[in-house]
Design a binder for this molecule. Structure first.
Ligand code: ATP
Length: 250
C-alpha cells in the first residue's frame, strides 16, 4: 500500500511484577486512519495506551513514531513528538472560557508549557485563529465564552478533544470517547472523530460496538494481553474467535 504508518509497535510487552498484561503486540497504525482497540475487561487496552504514552515502561518490544524509535523516551518527550492523549486525565482549566482553553492548548503541547506562554497567548493571532477554527469543528461556537467547568458532559469531552487537537499532534489517543454520553452527544463525537482523521491519526479504546463498527478503518481485538484478531470492521465482527471472546455480547 502507499499509505504510511504513523505509529508502530513490534513485540510490545508489559509485565506488572510477574503478571503479563500485554504480550507480543504488533500494531501498524496508518497515518490518517481511525483505528480502534477493543477487547473484554482486562484485555490490556489501557496498558497498551500507558505503554504508548510512556506512562509504563515496556518489558519487551519497540515503539516507533513516524519511523523514529520512541521506546525509551519520557512521556513529555513523546507529547512533544506528537502523541496526544485525551480523556485519561482531564486537562481543562475549568475557570477559563472554552475559547481561552483552546487558545492555551494551541500555544503548547502540555498544559504547563501552555501556561508559561499565557502572556504571549494574549497577543498571539495564530492561537486565536486556531481556537476560532476549532470551535466550529467541535460544535462549541455557541458556548465559546462560557467557563469550561460549566459545560455539559458531552461538551466538555469535545473540548478535551479540541485541546488535544490544538497542538496539532500526529496521533491522538482516546480512552472511550463516548462513555457516559447520550445519543446526540455520541453522534456529534462520532462525526468529530471521523473529521479528525483528515489531518490526524486516531487510535481509540471503545466499548460501544456501534461506534467501533461505524467509524473504524481498522479494529484490533485484544484478549488476555494478546492480539486476537485485526482487520476491517466487517471482518472482525464476523470472526468466530471474536464472537467467542465476547460470549455473544456484540
Ligand atoms: P478494562 O476494559 O477493564 O479497562 P483493559 O483492557 O483496559 O480492561 P488493563 O487495564 O490494561 O485492561 O489491564 C490488563 C490486566 O493487567 C488486568 O488483568 C489488570 O488487572 C492488570 N493490571 C493493570 N494494571 C496493573 C498494575 N498496576 N499492577 C498489576 N496488574 C495490573
Amino acid at each position: 500500500t502507499t499509505s504510511k504508518d504513523a505509529l508502530v509497535t513490534s513485540g510490545l510487552g508489559v509485565t506488572y511484577n510477574k503478571f503479563v498484561a500485554l504480550a507480543d503486540v504488533d500494531l501498524n497504525i496508518r497515518e490518517n486512519s481511525v483505528h480502534s482497540i477493543i477487547g473484554p475487561n482486562g484485555a490490556g487496552k489501557t496498558t497498551l495506551f500507558h505503554a504508548l504514552t510512556g506512562r509504563v515502561r515496556p518489558s519487551s518490544g519497540k515503539i516507533t513514531l513516524g519511523g523514529r524509535d520512541i521506546t525509551n523516551l519520557s512521556d513529555n518527550e513523546r507529547v512533544r513528538r506528537g502523541i496526544a492523549r485525551s480523556f485519561q486525565v482531564t486537562s481543562l482549566f475549568p475557570d477559563l472560557s472554552v475559547h481561552e482553553n483552546l487558545r492555551l492548548a494551541a500555544q503548547g503541547r502540555t498544559p504547563w508549557q501552555a501556561l508559561a506562554m499565557w502572556r504571549r497567548a494574549e497577543s498571539n493571532r495564530n492561537a486565536m485563529a486556531t481556537a476560532d477554527e476549532m470551535l466550529t469543528r467541535l460544535s462549541l461556537t455557541r458556548v465559546a465564552h462560557r467557563a469550561a467547568g460549566e459545560l455539559a458532559h458531552g461538551q466538555q469531552r469535545r473540548l478535551e478533544v479540541g485541546m488535544a487537537m490544538a497542538a496539532r499532534p500526529r496521533v491522538i489517543l482516546m480512552d472511550e470517547p463516548t462513555s457516559g454520553m447520550g445519543i446526540d452527544d455520541i453522534e456529534t463525537m462520532k462525526d468529530l472523530i471521523q473529521g479528525l482523521a483528515t489531518d490526524h491519526t486516531v487510535l481509540f479504546i471503545e466499548h460501544n460496538m456501534g461506534i467501533v463498527m461505524n467509524i473504524s478503518d481498522t479494529v484490533t481485538v485484544l484478549r488476555l494481553g494478546r492480539k486476537l484478531v485485526e482487520g476491517p470492521p466487517a471482518m472482525v465482527r464476523d470472526d468466530p474467535e471474536v464472537k467467542k471472546a465476547y460470549l455473544g455480547n456484540m
